[in-house]
Design a protein around this ligand. Structure first.
Ligand code: OAD
Length: 231
């Protein structure tokens, strides 16, 4: 039996693309998924960027354009409201859209970077801009800026991954929302929490690769199920 949410001391929401689906941000896999339409090898790898930076930027500018039209949904808002009332709520997200923060979430670890940030290929300068499309693709030093996100083959940012690992090992409850559980190492994080004694809840309309690890499964969309759980 899942206890009342407020009876858990440390709560982690572990979110994936399904969290933002009802905001209109397309997911990666499944019907209408981004990787169905675009071959990730040509658009989401360092190799592709080295070969054709402008082409890779065209794709990411389409994504900036699309995400710029989206606003947080009720699920994002409910998580942010819970954070304001509960002593310890943390979001660990694979999403790069920034919608949790727009909803008011402050305690957040972004495992896969952020679409609104760029990193210089040469001097590593980080810049933030919500410009969509981003016009100036060069850093002041003359080198290309790249989206500061994790592409296929990139390592996860060390600081964020270590912080997420620590948090998972200390929490009492993990609510996983809208992730296929196919992308590693992020997908292993809830299992770490389970090994440390946490209760695991999965919210997803579908059965996933990792469903079997969860103690409780809420089969439905993020907004429906988060309303049941928190609202
Ligand atoms: P996926 O596209 O792999 O999976 C999305 C999940 O959301 C699926 O399991 C869907 O069933 C579920 N879903 C769809 N609509 C939903 C809704 N309304 N409410 C709840 N769940 C819903 O996305 P991720 O698991 O986030 O990495 O993918 C992980 C990583 O793969 C992404 O961060 C991205 C991608 O390549 C990078 O860009 C590095």
């Amino acid at each position: 039996m899942l206890r009342r949410l407020t009876s858990y001391k440390r709560i982690v929401f572990f979110t994936g693309a399904g969290m933002s689906a009802e905001s209109g941000v397309p997911t990666f896999r499944g019907k209408g998924g981004i990787w169905k339409k675009y071959d990730y090898k040509s658009y989401a790898t360092q190799r592709a960027f080295d070969r054709a930076p402008e082409k890779v930027w065209d794709f990411h500018n389409l994504r900036r354009d699309a995400v710029a039209q989206c606003t947080p949904n009720k699920g994002h808002r409910l998580i942010a409201e819970l954070e304001s009332k509960h002593p310890h709520v943390m979001v660990i997200t694979q999403n790069i859209d920034g919608l949790h923060q727009l909803a008011g979430t402050r305690n957040i670890i972004e495992l896969h970077g952020n679409l609104w940030r760029t990193r210089c290929e040469s001097c590593d300068r980080i810049q933030e801009s919500r410009e969509a499309p981003l016009i100036d693709l060069r850093c002041e030093c003359g080198a290309y800026r790249r989206p500061d996100i994790v592409w296929f083959g990139d390592s996860l940012p060390k600081h964020e991954f270590n912080a997420a690992t620590r948090e998972m090992k200390r929490c009492n409850l993990v609510v996983s929302v809208g992730t296929s559980g196919l992308v590693h190492p992020a997908a292993e994080l809830p299992v770490l929490a389970k090994k440390s004694g946490a209760t695991l809840v999965e919210i997803n309309p579908e059965t996933t690769e990792t469903s079997k690890f969860f103690h409780h499964r809420l089969q439905g969309t993020a907004t429906e199920m988060l309303t049941q759980l928190i609202g």
